[in-house]
Design a binder for this molecule. Structure first.
Ligand code: MOS
Length: 735
């Protein structure tokens, strides 16, 4: 039964969000709430030599000042600080642990006061003396000291030689700067003290990850801490790992045996996660007919001095296109910055940008249409593993996207299209991401009044998880959407992974199906006990739950009302909690794909670039909710515009400090920058990826967008800017 699955359904939590009924981490309180404010390091590396808190303590309303010198006990080993998403190699940052300073913006002391203004005023009075050490925050300066990572993917053949023998060659460096997530909601934690037990409301993508982390850091029993995160005001990867403020809020509550709230300032948020900077060299070699014979991708990404954070940034180049040879190399540049982290489509947003801009340059060198080149190299197998895709309808993405965009009317010559004083450019690119799923446990309680409560410790980071959960449960239980209530964002609920990697829609939808089937089977057994039951001898697979009844799939007239079944069994509630694991399909590669088409208009006199149209055609398996799915892709496209044209975290390397740590100077697209975005979901049925055929949409929306826009800018102007963002000064820069 699919009355809801697939339909464009408005968010079930929409009303709560727009009316303010939905509460976020900093909006929970307690009568005895104290407020924390941080003193942070202005230097990037060194030691904290002296800390003078005398003046701060004299301010009326100040409760105490905590630092490494007087804080309560915290664990003393790396293992305790490793969360589910922590890099394998390294030593996680420990806030207020000792006198070592590892990055600018590091918390050094925390003032606790009766109100937030007093706390932040007193924090400004804390006097710190430093022993400064030389630092390096510039990836280009560390490029030659970067450490090699183990081969990210198996190379094929001799790419270096094949490249030298290619008919047509393209080689260039591409650069992506550090970027920050800048979610609307500030990083915040409210720790509610209850006689030694703490409930912490935290802005996170994974309550159970934070819970495990806090239990490790404070060496306490799982029952002593509970983590809640019913709503998240944007995270995009920044809430995958527990940020330092959650440990500090709990530390403070334990220190004063009171409830404490710690909300970071926008500026302080720049000392947590970010998309690492990436220097990439791409070499593409092709035969005269456009078939690729060599792909080389060398990458240097940045990390901190204490953890090796990276993803498989170069593997996308290996898997996407047919090429006889391929070679990858990935090095890490250690910088005196906090460790970077995942940010929407980590590794693909950056790696595919370089590959897809390079493909455009190769197409130009070959005098080939960019789509034609991609079709020439189209592969139905993951080129690295050699495995066929469980499904890959990228061809349709190219076709439907091109048609909707009007690509056939493109004049391939740069600077050939113009409207008034604006040059017009049309560019395209491919996007690719993984289709993943994780083990998950879902509990459902169905009551005889026709209501069901679905609970699972997942998050809804704004992607629409509440809504798709309700849709799937409603269809599987045969209830109206309004009869389903969803509980999530509570560490005490059944197990869920962090919401990330675009894996939650697949994980939780299949999880709900599993538990609903268990409930259906329970109901069937009870129904078969009824005298004269039309369901005698039937199996779970023969029946469905629909319209408040159990019905035979083959004959919808043979029904038994669920309420009757429960009444005669003397129960008013059926509850099941089931774990769902996913069969390992080693015979296939599992990916989502997209084709992006972008139109830019460039005013040459003032250098302004406008992205006037984007078409994104996406193949991502079954779409659970057309409306929230479209919103996900639109959000990704807007972010891709930001990556192409606006976003850049600027560091003054003399001080190792972010200079634009605010959303006035850190540029992101605003409404006036966003014009026409058309999202197309290409039909893709996939019974191999998971039973529901869902592939996930959180990340694919951004991948390829920066390249499509960069390619459009080149088509408009004839200028190729390879270091993002493409700002007006770079357009007029002399090569
Ligand atoms: Mo996503 S960057 O895994 O939240």
């Amino acid at each position: 039964m699919t009355s809801y699955i697939g339909k464009a359904t408005s968010r079930v939590d929409g009303r709560d969000k727009v009316t303010g009924a939905a509460r976020y981490a900093a909006e929970f309180g307690a009568p005895d709430l104290a407020y924390a404010s941080l003193v942070t390091s202005p230097i990037a590396r060194g030691r904290l030599k002296q800390l003078d808190v005398t003046a701060a303590l004299k301010v009326q309303g100040v409760i105490t000042v905590l630092s490494h010198q007087n804080r309560p006990l915290m664990a003393d080993n790396d293992k305790a600080y490793k969360d589910q998403v922590a890099p394998r190699n390294g030593s996680p940052f420990r806030p207020l642990y000792d006198d070592h300073i590892k990055f600018s913006g590091q918390p050094l002391a925390m003032v606790l006061a009766e109100d937030p203004e007093t706390a932040s005023y007193a924090a400004s009075l804390v006097h710190v003396v430093y022993d400064e050490e030389p630092h390096v925050t510039d990836i280009t300066r560390q490029r030659n000291n970067a450490v090699a990572l183990k081969a990210p993917a198996k190379p094929r053949g001799d790419a270096t030689r094949a490249f030298s023998e290619s008919d047509v060659r393209h080689e260039a460096d591409y650069f992506v700067p550090i970027e920050h997530h800048n979610p609307m909601e500030l990083y915040a934690s409210t720790a509610i003290w209850n006689d030694g037990r703490i409930t912490v409301y935290d802005k996170t993508q994974g309550v159970q990850n934070v819970h495990g982390y806090l239990c490790g850091v404070f060496e306490c029993d799982p029952g002593d801490i509970r983590v809640m995160s019913p709503y998240v005001g944007g995270a995009f990867g920044s809430g995958l790992r527990p940020p330092f403020q959650v440990a500090l809020a709990v530390l403070a509550a334990r220190a004063i045996s009171r409830s404490v709230r710690l909300v970071l300032t926008r500026q302080q948020m720049y000392a947590i996660g970010y998309r690492p900077a990436m220097i990439q060299r791409i070499q593409l070699g092709a035969k005269a007919d456009g078939s690729l014979n060599a792909i080389s991708h060398d990458a240097v990404t940045s990390t901190s001095q204490y953890e090796d954070f990276h993803r498989n940034e170069t593997t996308w180049s290996g898997l996407l296109y047919k090429s006889e040879t391929a070679r990858y190399d990935h090095k890490l540049a250690r910088l005196d910055l906090p460790t970077g982290c995942d940010m929407r489509a980590p590794s693909a947003a950056t790696g595919v940008y370089a590959l897809e801009a390079a493909m455009d340059e190769l197409a130009e060198a070959l005098k080939m249409d960019p789509i034609e080149l991609r079709l020439k190299c189209y592969s139905d197998r993951d080129q690295s593993s050699g495995l066929p895709f469980s499904s890959k309808n990228l061809r349709e993405c190219y076709r439907q996207g091109a048609e909707a965009f009007g690509w056939s009317r493109r004049n391939p010559a740069p600077r050939s299209m113009r409207h008034g004083r604006e040059l017009i450019g049309w560019g395209m690119a491919t996007g690719v991401w993984e289709a993943l799923q994780m083990p998950i446990t879902v509990r459902i309680a169905l009551t005889s009044n026709g209501h069901a409560e679905v609970s699972c410790a997942t998050a809804d980071i704004g992607t629409g998880t509440y809504t798709i959960m309700a849709q799937v449960a409603a269809d599987m239980l045969g209830l109206p959407l309004e009869a389903i209530s969803i509980k999530l964002g509570d560490s005490a609920l059944p197990q869920a992974p962090v919401e990330g990697g675009s894996w939650m829609a697949a994980s939780v939808s299949n999880g709900i199906v599993t538990t609903c089937k268990a409930i259906r089977d329970d109901l069937l057994k009870l129904a078969q006990r009824l005298p004269g039951s039309p369901l005698k001898g039937r199996h779970g697979g023969d029946v469905v739950l629909a319209d408040g009844a159990i019905a035979l799939k083959t004959d919808s007239r043979d029904t038994v009302a669920i309420a009757d079944v429960m009444r005669s069994a003397g129960i008013d509630r059926i509850e099941r909690e089931e774990q769902t694991t996913f069969a390992k399909d080693d015979a296939h590669a599992h990916n989502t794909h997209s084709a992006i088409f972008a139109e830019v208009r460039v005013d040459e006199e003032i250098g302004v670039i406008r992205v006037t149209r984007v078409v994104s055609a996406v193949a991502a398996g079954r779409i659970l909710n057309l409306k929230t799915a479209r919103s996900q892709i639109m959000g990704g496209v807007v972010w891709g515009m930001g990556m192409a044209l606006h976003e850049e975290t600027l560091i003054d390397h003399r001080f190792g400090r972010v200079m634009n740590a605010n959303i006035a100077e850190y540029h992101v697209p605003v409404n006036a920058d966003v014009h026409d975005i058309d999202v197309i979901f290409v039909d893709e049925q996939d019974e191999l990826v998971n039973p529901m055929g869902v592939k996930g949409l959180g990340e694919i929306g951004i991948v390829g967008v920066p390249a499509a826009i960069a390619n459009a800018v080149h088509h408009a102007t004839g200028v190729r800017v390879r270091d993002l963002p493409i700002t007006l000064d770079k357009l007029t820069r002399k090569a």
